[in-house]
Design a protein around this ligand. Structure first.
Ligand code: FAD
Length: 346
C-alpha cells in the first residue's frame, strides 16, 4: 500500500533556506515536510563547505557553515517538520481536490496545500576538467571538488585550479595547513573578491609559505600511477608546459546547474532559475513558491540572508492558501515565542 503523507506545505530542498522556511511557516501555524536528495540536511553549506566560516550572517560575526546548519535545524525543530532525505522529488502534480502531490524517487507521496521550492542550484555537481585518467584519481581522492575536512590536506602538496571565489578562498584557507599550494588559472586576472586576490598575492611573497600563482596556465594532464598523483602538468597558450609536484588536485570550476526534474514542472524559468514575484516569491504556477538560490527576480542576490527574507515573505503569502479566511495578525517572534519556550528568555 502506498503511503501518502499529508501536510500543509511541502518544501523541496533542505538547504539553509529550506530549513529556515520550516521556522517561518511554523510561526504562522503551518506544518511542513522537507524533502532532499542528499542524505543530510544543509544543502551547499553541509555538502560543499561545512568547515568554512561564513561572515555575512546577521548576528554571527563568524559562523562555520555546518554550525549554521545545526542552529537552523534547532530553530526549526519546535515545529516538528517531517524530513524525507536521500530522495529526489521527481513529480509535482495538482490533484482535482486542489492539493499538490509530490512523488519522490523512493516512491513516497507527499500531499500539501502549497509547495515551496528551495532547491538551490538543483541537483548540483562539479564541473570536471577534461583530463585523461581523471576517474582513477577521483576514486582515490587525489582529485577532489569539495573540502569537507580541510585537515586531510595537512602537509600535502596541493594544486588548486580556478579563478573564482571558491578557488581563492580555498587557496587562502588551506595555505596554513598544506605543504605547498599552487593556484592555476588560465588568465592573469581573477574573478574573485579583490580582497582575496590581494591576500593571496601577499602570501606568494611570504618566504615562510610555499604558495605559487601559476598564471596564465591551464590544466593539461595528471602524472602518477593512475591512483596516487605525483604531478599536475599545466600548459599556457603558447604550449609551454610546467610540471607542478602534487599530492592532490582541487579543481574549482563552478557547479553545473542541473535543475533536474524541477525543469519539467511547468514553471516559468530564466536561465535555470525559477522566476518569482519578489513581493511573495510566488512562481508562475499558483500555490507554488520558490526561495533561495533557485529563485530569481530583478536585483536578486544569491546570499543566505536574502533567502531567509524570501522564506519570511513566502510564508506570509502562503498563509492565505493554507488558512483561507483567517486573518494574519502580525506578531513578532518576541511576542509570540515558539512552541516549548516559556518566553522568559535565558
Ligand atoms: P542549497 O544550499 O543549494 O540547498 C538546496 C537543496 O535542494 C540541496 O540540498 C539539493 O540537494 C536539494 N534539491 C534540489 N533539487 C531537489 C529535488 N528535485 N529533490 C530533492 N532535493 C532537491 N552564501 C552566503 O550568504 N555567504 C557566504 O559566505 C557564502 N559562501 C559560500 C561559499 C561556497 C564555497 C559556496 C559554494 C557557496 C557559498 N554561499 C555563501 C552561497 C550559499 O551557500 C547559498 O546561497 C545557499 O546554500 C543557498 O541556500 P538554498 O537553501 O537556497 O540552496
Amino acid at each position: 500500500i502506498q503511503q501518502i503523507h499529508t501536510t500543509d506545505v511541502a518544501i523541496v530542498g533542505a538547504g539553509p533556506v529550506g530549513l529556515f522556511a520550516v521556522f517561518e511557516l511554523g510561526m504562522l501555524k503551518m506544518r511542513t515536510a522537507v524533502i532532499d536528495v542528499l542524505d543530510a540536511i544543509g544543502g551547499q553549506c553541509a555538502a560543499l563547505y561545512p568547515e568554512k566560516p561564513i561572515y555575512d550572517i546577521p548576528g554571527y560575526p563568524k559562523v562555520m557553515a555546518y554550525d549554521l546548519v545545526e542552529k537552523l535545524a534547532e530553530q526549526a525543530a519546535p515545529f516538528d517538520p517531517s524530513y524525507y532525505l536521500g530522495q529526489r522529488v521527481e513529480r509535482l502534480e495538482r490533484g482535482s481536490d486542489g492539493l499538490w502531490r509530490l512523488t519522490t524517487s523512493s516512491g513516497a507521496t507527499i500531499q500539501a496545500k502549497a509547495v515551496v521550492i528551495a532547491g538551490g542550484v538543483g541537483a548540483f555537481g562539479p564541473n570536471r576538467p577534461p583530463l585523461p585518467g581523471l576517474e582513477g584519481y577521483e576514486a582515490s581522492g587525489a582529485v577532489q571538488y569539495m573540502v569537507p575536512k580541510p585537515e586531510v590536506f595537512r602537509d600535502k602538496r596541493l594544486v588548486i585550479a580556478g579563478g573564482g571565489d571558491s578557488a581563492l578562498d580555498w587557496a587562502l584557507n588551506l595555505a596554513p595547513l598544506a605543504r605547498s599550494v599552487a593556484l592555476v588559472h588560465r588568465r592573469a586576472k581573477f574573478r574573485a573578491a579583490p580582497d582575496s586576490v590581494a591576500r593571496l598575492q601577499a602570501l606568494t611573497a611570504d618566504p615562510a609559505k610555499d604558495v605559487d600563482l601559476v598564471v596564465p596556465y591551464q590544466l593539461h594532464g595528471l602524472e602518477g600511477d593512475g591512483r596516487s598523483l605525483s604531478a599536475v602538468v599545466v600548459r599556457d597558450l603558447e604550449g609551454r608546459e610546467r610540471r607542478l609536484e602534487a599530492d592532490v588536485l582541487l579543481p574549482f570550476y563552478g557547479l553545473s546547474m542541473n535543475l533536474g526534474p524541477i525543469a519539467e514542472w511547468g514553471l516559468d524559468l530564466e536561465r535555470s532559475h525559477i522566476q518569482v514575484d519578489p513581493q511573495s516569491c510566488a512562481t508562475s504556477v499558483s500555490g507554488v513558491f520558490a526561495i533561495g538560490d533557485i529563485a530569481t527576480y530583478p536585483g536578486k542576490l544569491k546570499l543566505i540572508l536574502c533567502g531567509f527574507s524570501e522564506a519570511a515573505m513566502a510564508a506570509h503569502a502562503i498563509h492565505a492558501l493554507v488558512h483561507p479566511g483567517e486573518a494574519l495578525h502580525w506578531e513578532y517572534s518576541t511576542t509570540k515565542g515558539v512552541p516549548g519556550d516559556n518566553l522568559q528568555g535565558s
